[in-house]
Design a protein around this ligand. Structure first.
Ligand code: NAD
Length: 313
């Protein structure tokens, strides 16, 4: 009898060491085959997924004996949490295990987008040497507005502050006096969203995707931002409206943007055309947490949680 179904890639060392002794059905492409997935989960107590597996009501209906789900990452928008709660299915995200990788992705994007010159390779290869064209901006002294001051937001704040950025935040779920606003590296001004948008040189999104955060950064919000500001979305697709951001880049209202996450994932060639001809734009395929180190930490953390929940073997 299978104990654990794993539908997406996991670090093989975690599989062999932590989950040794369990009967495992490991198929890193299973998330692509909905009917096979429904069949595979039918009698298993545990399921391990990343963000591509839609653990929706239908999958859960088939998973009659499911008691625990491990999520190799942190966002839970691909899991029907309501049904899990009702049925008492424990859900274990890899909280904190990929934070540093996302922070480094954002910091790297900010440097590239403010400085711009890293996009000059084609000019230089073509024998041009247009130095004035590639004048950039410094990171030090710029204001970073962090939308969603949770685990990643706070860690990003620490790194940005060490680089000489002024860090401000917007998070309506943290009251003004919350200790989160007083970090060991400094006090963070808790602003309302409009003030954050109007005064930040860089805005970085770190909220979950909810009814409230969908299209949080739409055309209206973009119009409130400083002209030439930078926007980073390494949170969830749809928190910033893709069409509105593309328009703002083309018009010069936004000075640059990095998108790691999209409404449709994987993003099709056709849908990607919404971003065609946008200047100073970085598009990456949901790899904010995509480092060897994060993958290892995430895999071990989730494997240990599932092993403990099943009582070890
Ligand atoms: P977290 O739960 O620690 O923090 C989220 C914060 O957002 C919380 O403080 C919460 O109060 C705040 N928030 C919720 N609704 C809000 C709203 N309407 N306005 C402002 N703030 C709001 O989560 P985290 O671990 O910091 O992750 C943040 C986001 O990053 C999640 O969406 C997660 O899915 C995403 N993520 C992406 C990658 C990637 O590969 N790109 C990797 C890890 C996490």
């Amino acid at each position: 009898m299978t104990d654990i179904v794993i539908t997406e890639s996991i670090d093989e060392d975690a599989l062999k060491s932590v989950l040794a002794g369990f009967d495992i059905h490991y198929d890193p492409k299973l998330f692509l085959r909905h009917e096979d997935l429904c069949r595979a989960v039918a009698d298993v107590p545990a399921l391990i997924v990343r963000n591509n597996t839609q653990v929706n009501a239908e999958v859960l209906k088939h998973a009659k004996k499911l008691v625990a789900i491990g999520r190799l990452g942190v966002g839970l928008d691909n899991i029907d949490m309501e049904t899990c709660k009702t049925r008492g299915i424990a859900v274990y995200p890899a909280t904190g295990a990929n934070t540093q990788s996302v922070v480094e992705y954002v910091i790297g994007s900010i440097f590239v987008l403010l400085r711009r010159a890293f996009f000059a390779t084609p000019d230089v290869l073509a024998g041009e040497f247009p130095r004035a064209k590639w004048q950039g901006r410094e990171v030090t002294g710029k204001r970073l507005g962090i939308v969603g001051f949770g685990a990643i937001g706070r860690s990003l704040g620490a790194s940005a502050s060490a680089l000489g950025m002024e860090v401000v935040g917007y998070d309506p779920y943290l009251k003004a006096g919350d200790p989160a606003w007083s970090q060991p590296w400094g006090k963070v001004a808790a602003l309302d969203l409009d003030t954050l948008l109007a005064t930040s040189d860089v805005v970085s999104l770190h909220v979950p995707l909810t009814a409230e955060t969908k299209d949080l950064i739409d055309r209206k919000a973009l119009a409130k931002m400083k002209r030439g500001a930078i926007l980073v979305n390494a949170a969830r697709g749809g928190v910033a409206n893709e069409k509105a951001v593309a328009e703002a880049l083309r018009s010069g209202r936004l000075g640059g943007a990095a998108f790691d996450v999209f409404v449709e994932e994987p993003l099709s060639k056709e849908k990607a055309q919404v971003f065609a001809d946008c200047p100073n734009l970085i598009l990456t395929p949901h790899v904010g947490a995509g480092t060897a180190e994060a993958n290892r930490r995430v895999s071990f953390m989730v494997a240990e949680k599932i092993r403990d929940h099943l009582g070890g073997k």
